[in-house]
Design a protein. Structure first.
Length: 70
């Protein structure tokens, strides 16, 4: 076999493996993106629920005692 043809064949083989690897990695990235999106949604729900049940530690303006110079 001609060395150039052999080299082209090797490159085509490597390219085929790289394309398969890229497709596999793309599938993993898509799956992880779904997981992250779901976790962000769940975290937002938790934050919303915590804000609803836990009163703020900050006193409102009406509850604040006046400064001593009044």
């Amino acid at each position: 076999m001609d060395p150039i043809n052999q080299r082209v064949e090797e490159l085509e083989t490597k390219l085929a493996f790289q394309e398969a690897t890229i497709e596999e990695l793309n599938g993993e990235v898509i799956a992880l993106n779904r997981v992250v999106a779901e976790q962000q949604y769940q975290l937002q729900l938790i934050v919303t629920k915590l804000k609803a049940i836990e009163p703020s530690n900050m006193a409102t303006q009406a509850e604040e005692t006046p400064p001593p110079h009044y």
